[in-house]
Write a protein that binds this ligand. Structure first.
Ligand SMILES: NC(=O)C1=CN([C@@H]2O[C@H](COP(=O)(O)OP(=O)(O)OC[C@H]3O[C@@H](n4cnc5c(N)ncnc54)[C@H](OP(=O)(O)O)[C@@H]3O)[C@@H](O)[C@H]2O)C=CC1
Ligand SMILES: O=C1O[C@H](COP(=O)(O)O)[C@@H](O)[C@H](O)[C@H]1O
Length: 500
């Protein structure tokens, strides 16, 4: 990997502490950082290089998936870190930063390749990009890259405006928009599983697949993020980005050899083919909900409206479910159901592919449908539900594939490593982001105009029962963790480990 200077805005913040430093440390342990690597942390706090390094070490000890060894490696890792006080709006701070970076690059005899990571609020993206340009921080002699966190806009017009401004400083191939769901190892494998396995490839069409169910349920509530969450809700926080990215990755068909551009093109084609919604039709395809008090994992929890910092009359959504159709020759007629919510019964991100009934046979008595389940988190694995016979009765049998759960890299490790290598495959490209907002915009409009009732659901449930109707109208139902486990627990389970 080429020498890199990692310039981190928001180095004193929560994301840096919990995700970025631990990810960088694990890359360091795996030998996946460039040989010549320096990091400049930026923030308004009056930290020094030494106090910054101590903070980085603390965050690795607290949050790294791997325990930091007492062999000096953590200290060696932290030695590459420098800190500089910088106020985002103060031009002279960028000039001082440039001086320090150039000096460090000279010491290391390193080309000026600079990766700017914006771990700050979205209101700062544009002024930072403009100051990078004005100060000359993006040197002509090396490459420059911009890594940005979500949210990318608040709606379609604001996302377009943000993109217009960023593209005055950075070209599209220099912008790496993080969607951490694309960094999850199982999501990264989905395209390859379909691409490299004729058995999956052959089945991946409307000929055999009845419906696809994509769920990201969480047990946590709004936590300490009321100020942010009460303005965005589940639709902007999860649906427009993570859930639609999962849809694209589930529906993708990749050629044998596929470049980052092809992945991007295929995803764009999928989003273009998603049948658009009109705002007056939203109520037929979308369910929105808000959690009430209830019991989660054996503990009583308050309802959303009683959470600290939430407006007492808030009509914000903490749950959203939708029915979509991809109108192309692979998927025409196959409904995709998506749901995500907070304070639900379990923490689970999964894609369930339900196959059609056996050909030329009546369904009665033939057991359950075949299901292919991609478990994305918190545990990852793949389960295939088949039917077998016990005596006279057909019974489901689960074939489970799961690698070691202990050494799975975190999403941020994969994504930061890709950004350092300049590989944009698993980042959200502008076309996808724009098309996602375009699809979601009528939903936002329908919410704003009260065209869709806000349902309530008890914390600890599977969300509002109204979301069942989205599937029932097509003759289907959600597949629940409990059921899959119950079947497996009956003893008809073959499990073996596979290092896929
Ligand atoms: N935390 C998380 O889990 C996630 C966060 N994100 C996104 O990541 C970004 C950062 O989030 P998070 O770390 O939680 O936020 P925090 O509020 O914890 O940190 C914000 C950072 O921004 C810096 N900052 C704020 N104003 C200025 C300024 N005027 N000049 C210089 N630095 C400034 C702060 O530094 P200082 O106080 O020293 O000035 C601090 O380091 C946001 O866009 C968020 O949406 C995305 C996914 C998850
Ligand atoms: O981006 C976000 O994701 C988390 C859920 O992520 P996961 O990796 O734990 O599934 C969600 O809690 C948060 O509200 C959202 O901003």
């Amino acid at each position: 990997m080429e020498p890199t200077t990692f310039v981190l805005f928001g180095a004193t913040g929560d994301l840096a502490k919990r995700k970025i430093y631990p990810a960088l440390y694990n890359l360091f342990v795996d030998g996946k950082l460039p040989d010549s690597f320096s990091l400049f942390g930026l923030g308004r706090r009056e930290w020094t290089d030494e106090s910054f390094q101590a903070n980085v070490e603390r965050s690795v000890r607290e949050f790294s998936r791997r325990e930091a060894k007492n062999d000096g490696s953590l200290e060696r890792f932290a030695r590459a870190f420098r800190y500089q006080v910088l106020d985002i709006g103060r031009e002279e701070d960028y000039e001082r930063l440039l001086g320090r970076i150039e000096q460090r690059e000279r010491e290391l005899d390193a080309r000026p390749n600079r990766l700017f990571y914006l771990s700050v609020g979205p209101e700062f993206f544009e002024p930072i990009a403009a100051n990078i340009l004005a100060s000359g921080l993006g040197s002509e002699e090396g490459w420059k890259r911009l890594v940005i966190e979500k949210p990318f806009g608040h709606d379609l017009p604001s996302a377009r405006e943000l993109n217009r401004k960023l593209s005055q400083t950075f070209a599209e191939e220099e912008i790496f928009r993080i969607d951490h769901y694309l960094g999850k190892p199982m999501v990264q494998k989905m395209g390859a599983l379909q691409q490299a396995n004729p058995v999956i490839q052959a089945l991946w069409t409307n000929r055999y697949i009845a419906n696809v169910q994509i769920t990201a349920s969480e047990t946590v509530g709004v936590e300490e993020r009321a100020g942010y969450y009460d303005h965005v809700g589940a639709v902007r926080d999860m649906f427009q980005n993570h859930m639609l990215q999962l849809l694209m990755m589930a529906a993708i068909h990749l050629p044998h050899e596929s470049s980052s551009e092809q992945v991007r093109f295929k995803k764009q084609r999928i989003m273009q083919a998603v049948a658009p919604l009109q705002k007056q039709d939203v109520a037929a395809s979308v369910v929105r909900g808000q959690y009430a008090a209830g019991e989660v994992s054996g503990k009583q929890v308050v309802g959303y409206l009683s959470e600290p910092g939430i407006a007492a009359d808030s009509s914000n959504d903490t749950f959203i479910a939708a029915r979509l159709e991809i109108d192309d020759h692979y998927w025409r007629g196959v409904p995709f159901y998506i749901r995500t919510g907070k304070r639900m019964k379990e923490k689970s991100t999964r894609i369930v592919v339900e196959f059609k009934e056996p050909l030329q046979q009546p369904s009665q008595g033939l057991g359950a449908p075949n299901l292919l389940v991609f478990e994305i988190g918190p545990k990852e694995g793949i389960t295939l539900q088949l039917n077998s016979k016990e005596g006279d009765e057909f019974k489901p049998l689960h074939v489970e594939l799961h690698g070691s759960q202990d050494d799975v890299p975190e999403a941020y490790e994969n994504l930061i490593h890709d950004a350092l290598r300049g590989d944009g495959t698993f980042f959200a490209h502008w076309d996808e982001v724009e098309l996602s907002w375009q699809w979601v915009q009528p939903i936002l409009d329908a919410f704003a105009e009260n065209l869709l009732p806000l349902q309530t659901y008890a914390a600890g449930s599977y969300g509002p029962t109204e979301s069942d109707a989205l599937l029932a109208q097509d003759g289907y139902r959600w597949w629940f963790d409990e059921e899959l486990e119950t079947n497996a627990n009956k003893g008809e389970q073959y499990a073996y480990n596979a290092n896929y």
